[in-house]
Design a protein around this ligand. Structure first.
Ligand SMILES: C[S@@+](CC[C@H](N)C(=O)[O-])C[C@H]1O[C@@H](n2cnc3c(N)ncnc32)[C@H](O)[C@@H]1O
Length: 299
């Protein structure tokens, strides 16, 4: 079917996308945006309501669409995250609602989720826990891809919990099994006491950037600080999570924790020093940077 956007009614004034996109790309590039052309295209597809692949076929922007597009490009040039402007972030097979108050899920975290999903798939009825759940990216992906799993999502921030509950409800409406959302501090020594010794797979993408590290404006001004920074060495949340995970995991259960790329030695050392883990391994991301570490709870 051909959309009316590709064939506007006679007489409708339209501005062709080519020059509009070129101007937007130049503005985003000058503002230091890392992927200016892609962002200009994503914002155009959002305003025009078409798939990115159909952008070259669009007849043009109406005056209203052009004004709206220019406002969004100006905000992106002011370094608002693209996902906040679009209202959603893609993560594995899901589109998650995001905005102010919640951490935007990153593509590199898909690797940790994939590792956990592969472990959970090998079990008949796995119990999976996602600590520091944010938008719910990891927990909701596990529920979507391993429907036999019972999944808990733990988050402390009131702002993030709103997004997490909203995304969890949308996934149930889409037919996924429900995720159990728990409002709690993952550094609490009694965290999820009822699950002690029973968890098969524990996943965590905690805040891990050492305080004082320079981060891009999208992160500094729009990701909540408590989602990003964790003490002077960046291990402020990881240390208690490693401790509590050893108590929550069933014998032979596994844990995966994302961490800073400066921590390929420090995080495995936290696991090893605990004394209750074996098979401690640091995994690289697709760019070869150390990205997450995993371990198995000894029996
Ligand atoms: C890096 S974000 C990860 C969010 C999500 N898991 C993802 O991968 O996109 C870290 C999350 O941990 C939460 N958080 C930080 N400290 C916490 C704590 N002590 N207890 C529970 N949640 C915490 C933050 O609010 C934030 O949502």
């Amino acid at each position: 079917m051909t959309s009316s956007r590709e064939h506007p009614p006679e007489g409708t004034e339209r501005t062709r996308p080519g020059p509009v996109l070129a101007t937007a790309t130049a503005a985003l590039s000058a503002a230091g945006v890392g992927s200016p052309r892609a962002d200009a295209e994503w914002l155009a597809t959002y305003v025009l309501g078409v798939d990115r692949s159909r952008l070259p076929l669009v007849a043009g922007f109406t005056p209203d669409e052009l004004a709206r597009y220019r406002r969004l490009v100006a905000r992106r040039a002011g370094r608002e995250p693209l996902q906040h402007l679009l209202g959603s972030a893609a993560f594995r097979y899901l589109e998650l609602a995001v905005g102010p108050g919640v951490f935007v899920p990153r593509p590199e975290t898909e690797l940790l989720a994939e590792w956990g999903i592969a472990r959970a798939r090998g079990l008949a009825a796995p119990l999976v826990v996602d600590l520091c759940s944010g938008s719910g990216a990891i927990a909701l992906s596990v529920a979507h891809e391993v429907p036999a799993a019972t999944v808990y999502a733990v988050e402390r921030s009131a702002g993030a919990l709103e997004w997490l509950r909203r995304n969890a409800a949308s996934r149930v409406a889409a037919g996924d099994p429900p995720v159990r959302v728990v409002a709690a501090d993952v550094t609490d020594p009694d965290l999820l006491a009822e699950l002690t010794g029973r968890v098969d797979v524990l996943l965590c993408n905690p805040p891990y950037v050492p305080a004082g590290t320079d981060v891009p404006p999208e992160v500094a001004d729009h990701d909540p600080a408590e989602a990003v920074f964790a003490g002077t060495d960046g291990l402020g949340v990881i240390r208690p999570v490693v401790r509590r995970a050893a108590e929550l995991l069933a014998p032979g259960g596994v844990v995966g924790i994302e961490h800073d790329d400066t921590h390929p030695v420090a995080v495995p050392a936290v696991f090893t020093a605990d004394g209750r883990y074996a098979d401690v391994t640091c995994h690289p991301d697709l760019a070869g940077r150390p990205r997450f570490s995993t371990a198995r709870r000894v029996a």
